[in-house]
Design a protein around this ligand. Structure first.
Ligand code: NAD
Length: 335
C-alpha cells in the first residue's frame, strides 16, 4: 500500500495554490500545515484546498517544531529566504522550492550545501523542463541524434506591473531573476554549463512608476563550456496581459523553434530532405513537476532539477545584472 506522505507549505500565495491543487491530485498525499506571515493568506489557501484539518501558522519555526511533514513546498518571494530551507532539511524534510532559490548567491550556495549534507530530495520549480517539446529535444540531444547543440536564442515578453515585491529590485532582483531565469535554466539544460556572460539591463517604459525599481528590458550573451552560444532577452514593455517565453535551439542535426515548452516545430537537417515535425501538447507542466518530485521522494524516480541546478541558474542571472552594472563587462562563471 502507498505510504501517505505529509506536505507543508511555506508561502501561501499564487504559486502555492497551484502546487497544492496539483499535489492533491496524487494518491497518498496529505497537506498537514500551511505557513504565511500573513495569516489571511494562509487561511485563503486552506479554504481553497477545502480541508479543516490543516494547521495554520505565521511562524515557520513553530510549524517546523510542532508538525511532522515529509515534504515542504517553499513558495516564497526571493527576498524572504532566511534559513527556512536549511532548518527543514536538517530535520530530514524533502524540499520543493520555487525559483529563484534566493536573491543572493552566497545564501543559495549554503542552501545547496545544507541539502547535500542532509541527503534529502530537492527540486526547483522549473516547470518548463516538463513541457513535452522540451523533453523531446532533451532526449534527442542526450541520445546523440540531435548532434551538438550550438545556439540558444530566447526571449521572454510581458507587460505588467506585477506585485509590489516583484517591482522592487531589493526584493525580487528584477525580471531577469523572476522570469527570464526560466530561459537561462533551459539554455543550460540543453547546451551545457555556462562559462561566461555579459549583459545589459535598462528601464525605459516604467520611469514614471515611483516604486518600479527593476529593469524592464534586458539582454545577454552567454558562452557555454562546450563552445555553444546563447542570447537571451526579456522585456516588460510588450503586450499587456500576455506572458510569452519563446526560444529556438539549434543543434547540428535539428533546429527547434519553440512557441512554448509544449509546442515546437522540429526541423531535421541531417536527412537527405529537410523534414519538419510539429510537436504539440497541452501537458500540465505544473502537475508533471509536482508528480516527479513526489515520485523522487518515494524513491520511484530520479531527483530532477535539483537545488544545485537552481543555484547555477541563479548564478547566471546574477552575472547578467553584475555585468550590466559594469558596463557590459564579461563575468566568468565557475561552479
Ligand atoms: N514557476 C513558475 O511559473 C512561477 C509562477 C509564479 C511564481 N513563481 C515563484 O514563486 C515565488 C512566489 O511567487 P507568488 O507569485 O506565489 O508570490 P505571492 O506574492 O503570490 O505569494 C508569496 C507569499 O509569501 C508570503 N511570504 C512572504 N514572506 C514570507 C515569510 N518570510 N514567511 C512566510 N510567508 C512569507 C507572502 O505573504 C505571500 O502570501 C516567487 O519566487 C516566484 O518567482 C514561480
Amino acid at each position: 500500500m502507498t505510504k501517505t506522505l505529509k506536505a507543508a507549505f511555506l508561502g501561501a500565495g499564487y504559486i502555492a495554490k497551484i502546487h497544492s491543487k496539483n499535489l492533491l491530485k496524487l494518491t497518498g498525499i496529505e497537506i498537514s500545515s500551511v505557513c504565511d506571515i500573513e495569516r489571511e493568506r494562509a487561511e485563503n489557501l486552506v479554504s481553497s484546498i477545502g480541508s479543516n484539518s490543516i494547521k495554520i501558522y505565521t511562524d515557520f519555526e513553530k510549524m517546523l517544531n510542532e508538525c511532522n511533514f515529509d515534504m515542504l513546498f517553499i513558495c516564497l518571494p526571493p527576498f524572504a529566504h532566511s534559513g527556512q530551507l536549511e532548518a527543514a532539511v536538517e530535520k530530514g524534510v524533502h524540499v520543493f522550492i520555487e525559483k529563484p532559490i534566493a536573491l543572493d548567491v552566497n545564501r543559495a550556495r549554503n542552501m545547496v550545501e545544507a541539502v547535500k549534507k542532509a541527503g534529502v530530495v530537492s527540486q526547483v520549480g522549473y516547470h518548463m523542463r516538463f513541457g513535452e517539446a522540451v523533453k523531446k529535444l532533451k532526449n534527442l540531444i542526450d541520445c546523440g541524434i540531435a548532434g551538438i547543440p550550438v545556439l540558444f536564442d530566447g526571449r521572454y515578453e510581458c507587460n505588467s506591473l506585477h506585485s509590489s515585491w516583484w517591482r522592487d529590485y531589493t526584493k525580487s532582483g528584477g525580471q531577469v531573476f523572476e522570469q527570464a531565469i526560466h530561459l537561462y535554466d533551459l539554455s543550460m539544460y540543453f547546451l551545457s554549463e555556462p562559462e561566461s556572460i555579459c549583459g545589459f539591463t535598462t528601464n525605459l517604459c516604467h520611469k514614471d512608476v515611483s516604486d518600479y525599481t527593476v529593469e524592464d528590458n534586458s539582454v545577454s550573451i552567454v558562452k557555454f563550456k562546450t563552445g555553444a552560444l546563447g542570447n537571451i532577452a526579456a522585456t516588460n514593455c510588450a503586450v499587456p496581459m500576455e506572458w510569452n517565453g519563446i526560444f529556438t535551439v539549434v543543434c547540428k542535426n535539428i533546429t527547434a523553434h519553440f512557441k512554448d515548452a509544449n509546442n515546437a516545430e522540429f526541423i531535421y537537417t541531417s536527412r537527405d530532405d529537410v523534414e519538419r515535425e510539429n510537436v504539440t501538447s497541452s501537458t500540465d507542466m505544473y502537475f508533471e513537476e509536482v508528480k516527479a518530485f513526489v515520485q523522487a521522494v518515494r524513491g520511484d524516480g530520479p531527483a530532477l532539477c535539483t537545488i544545485e541546478e537552481g543555484y547555477k541558474s541563479l548564478c547566471m542571472v546574477d552575472a547578467v545584472v553584475k555585468s550590466s552594472g559594469q558596463g557590459g563587462k564579461v563575468v566568468k562563471l565557475s561552479f
